[in-house]
Design a protein around this ligand. Structure first.
Ligand code: ZN
Length: 420
């Protein structure tokens, strides 16, 4: 954790600004903000500014993973691990995972369901824990028998308000408009920066299927109304077509997974400026290493069934101009915090994005998915100085971002976390 310079300039680099422009230039940072950026010669570097010479490397906005779960898992056994490991151990693991995230270039994460995330963010903000900025939903909302009503755990372990044992994936179970409003308010009371809902079944929930509709349109609308009233937005786990449609019509801003998104929903998403977070990484990992790390058989089967359609539907969404952001759905262990740049590579390899577009998905659009695009996600004057200096050209090969040795400079809110 390097120097504490107040005013400095990063020079001799190719700036990729997150908007799509690339130019040889400099960036001046002052009091945590980008005070100037431009081509060489057009930027006036203050005389007293210290210089960080990038030696011709690339400078990007800090990376953002818009869908993680900071719950400190170390196996893929979602059935046994939460019951056997003490809660405090999970918290300690999350501290380690946050360090992995920041050293791999992720300066912001959106946590889509973890009470640990919603609370530990204060320790990160005060500087007690090193890690990316956390934007957290805290407790997710799920209907009874929903994706968040973790069916493989005894029912008394599931709802945070009634459980006698804290488990990392505890959520709020609510049915009907009134209960949904109350649960949304409860989540806000427990530090939610946005509200996470389970709009459909899923791969990692035992007794349902991705295509099952869960919250009804009226329930979604009630939750969105509570979120809006408190200046927040809603992020939905939505895999089946009916649940995706309900979410968008109900006013949800972020659709995670979107496995069975169809053309009608893509058009609706575009009309409403909804961001899709396909989370290709989790499916990729479940299929490649799932059986070795203890992912239950029923989840492996569902992932396999969903995979092909998922890829082809997201490809269609991309071609039709949908907003797509990076999110891995990683939760620790073999779904390792620090490997999150995998999603950028999968957007290129499986969806057919240009590297530049995949980098925009991981910066500008991901900032929108966590509700911070007014403040960060691009290298522009006045934006928060979250910057990454890399050797090699990520615009020709995004894969270089998966190796943290290529990331020489990491700056979060103007603070230099790593410098060569
Ligand atoms: Zn998730």
């Amino acid at each position: 954790m390097g120097c504490l310079m107040v005013r400095y300039a990063v020079t001799n680099c190719y700036v990729f600004d997150g908007l799509g422009n690339v130019f040889k230039g400099s960036v001046v940072v002052e009091d945590g903000l980008i005070s100037d950026v431009g081509t060489e010669g057009s930027v006036e570097v203050p005389k007293d500014a210290e210089i960080i010479d990038m030696g011709g490397g690339y400078l990007l906005p800090g990376l953002i993973d818009a869908h993680v779960h900071l719950i400190g898992m170390r196996t893929g056994d979602f059935v046994k691990e939460p019951l056997l490991v003490p809660y405090e151990t999970f918290v300690a693991r999350v501290v380690k995972d946050l360090e992995e995230l920041i050293y791999s270039g992720f300066t912001t994460v959106g946590d889509a369901g973890s009470l640990i995330a919603a609370k530990i963010k204060y320790a990160v903000n005060e500087g007690s824990v090193l890690g990316p900025r956390i934007v957290a939903s805290g407790l997710a909302l799920s209907p009874t028998f929903g994706h968040g009503d973790v069916h493989y755990l005894p029912i008394e372990y599931v709802d945070y308000r009634t459980t006698r044992k804290l488990v990392p994936m505890a959520s709020l179970i609510c049915d009907g408009v009134d209960e949904c409003r109350k649960a949304a308010r409860y989540a806000l009371r427990e530090d939610a920066d946005f509200i996470k809902i389970m709009a459909t079944g899923g791969v990692l929930s035992q007794k349902d299927r991705p295509e099952y509709r869960q919250f009804t349109l009226d329930e979604v609308k009630a939750i969105v109304d509570e979120a809006r009233a408190a200046g927040r937005f809603v992020h939905a786990h939505a895999q089946g077509t009916e649940g995706i449609k309900n979410s968008i019509l109900g006013g949800v801003k972020v659709i995670a997974h979107a496995i069975y998104i169809d053309e009608e929903c893509i058009a609706l998403a575009n009309e409403n400026e909804v961001v899709l977070v396909p989370t290709l990484s989790i499916v990729d990992k479940i299929l490649s290493i799932g059986s070795k790390i203890g992912i239950p058989e029923w989840a492996l089967k569902k992932a396999d069934e969903a995979n092909k359609e998922h890829i082809s539907n997201i490809r269609k969404a991309y071609k039709l101009g949908a907003k797509i952001a990076t999110g891995t759905d990683f939760c620790g262990g073999h779904l390792k915090m620090g490997d999150n740049a995998l999603e950028i590579k999968l957007l290129v390899e499986k969806i057919g994005m240009e590297p530049k577009e995949a980098l925009i998905a991981a910066t500008k659009v991901a900032a929108e998915a966590v509700g911070l695009n007014h403040k960060l996600g691009t290298i522009e004057k006045g934006k928060v100085a979250d910057l990454l200096g890399v050797v090699g050209n990520p615009l020709s090969d995004v894969g270089i971002l998966q190796d943290r040795r290529n990331i020489k400079l990491i700056i979060k809110e103007g603070k230099i976390i790593k410098c060569f």
